[in-house]
Design a binder for this molecule. Sequence first.
Ligand code: SAH
Length: 254
Amino acid sequence: MSGHLAVVGLGPGDARYLTPEADGALAAAEALYGYGSYLDRVPVRAGQRRHGSDNREERARAIAALRDAAAGTRVAVVSGGDPGVFAMAAAVCEEIEAGPDSWRALDIAIVPGITAMLAVAARIGAPLGHDFCALSLSDNLKPWGLVEQRIDAAASAGFVMALYNPISRARPWQFGAAIERLRRRLPGTTPVVFGHAVGRPDEHVSVTTLAAADTADADMATLIIVGSRETRVVQRSGRAPLVYTPRAVAEVSA
Ligand code: SAH
């Protein structure tokens, strides 16, 4: 079996954030698979096939890519950010587990990328400097009740939260419901960071509080970081504030 499949993280946007390893995997591929707007970020190379598909077709894309690799092609499946964070690497693993034995014999490489929460955090300071968790607010693949349970658990455990997939046309109210829930469990002064399209030309990062957070500031390209009780905002004259979570916690705050 000569087939090879790489699941490649493109980072948050700009080519500066593409690792040399990811760049090499893209250059070596004979066929590229991915969501159309992610594929558009990959430079066109002669002789390379490109298979763009819709955002929601992750399963079909994984199957098509695995079939192509099993036929002997060198395949790269692309994801924004890191492919292992709410993205294609898990979709590919799911299909390998469920699929024919020949897919288990393939040479599989997961090539990491800078995930959105790290890109947003780096823009504003060090909000993830102490314990944190990442949650997807999408209820496409899990019930909303579970999202609520996890938000409650994360707030009571004192985790800083990185919230992916806050909103979409098909999920218009979920982010508002999450913020309402957080307001009942955390102080209104808790710092909240909205990072929109970080690493792209329309990047915008803003800092607010849980009490003042406006859900209209989030869209599909926004990652939100909700601080913990320890997270601090350092105001600086003439410069954006620094948001950070100190490395040490003195005592359990409940
Ligand atoms: N694999 C991706 C995440 C896919 S889920 C990663 O590791 O970053 C899609 C969600 O990621 C979006 O709804 C948004 O919350 C976040 N996201 C992706 N790219 C982003 C960017 N450049 N700036 C801010 N948030 C981003």
